[in-house]
Design a protein around this ligand. Structure first.
Ligand code: FES
Length: 113
């Protein structure tokens, strides 16, 4: 079972949302490290695993680095390494999104089938 999928626009080719690639790269490395260290990708995790992917552009293109979290469709902006840690703790593990850092919500359309 998958609990969350996290997509980070960390080092985009056109650098539209995050002009300094060093900031995005540090966020990405922190995300990978914490997901591993906190056992979030452990297949036996009761709440399901947490997937993380480095995306090139999430079509937000402002206030980066940008982190999109499914299934909620919540987009965080200004996602530095420090923010990654708190987002994982409070949103992904704790279940409470951090409203002040949300820059967009893009929920799925409910299936008509
Ligand atoms: S370049 Fe980061 S969202 Fe588009």
């Amino acid at each position: 079972m998958i609990q969350h999928h996290l997509l980070l626009c960390a080092t985009p080719a056109k650098a539209l949302c995050s002009p300094d690639p060093a900031v995005g790269l540090e966020s990405w490395n922190t995300l990978k490290r914490l997901v591993r260290e906190w056992g979030l990708e452990d297949p036996s995790r009761a709440d399901g695993i947490v997937l993380r992917s480095k995306a090139d552009c999430l079509r937000i293109c402002a206030e980066g680095p940008v982190l999109l979290i499914w299934p909620e469709g919540i987009v965080y902006g200004g996602v530095t390494a420090e923010r990654i840690e708190r987002i994982l703790k409070e949103h992904v593990i704790g279940g409470t999104p951090i409203e002040d850092w949300i820059v967009k919500r893009m929920p799925f359309q409910p299936s008509k089938r």
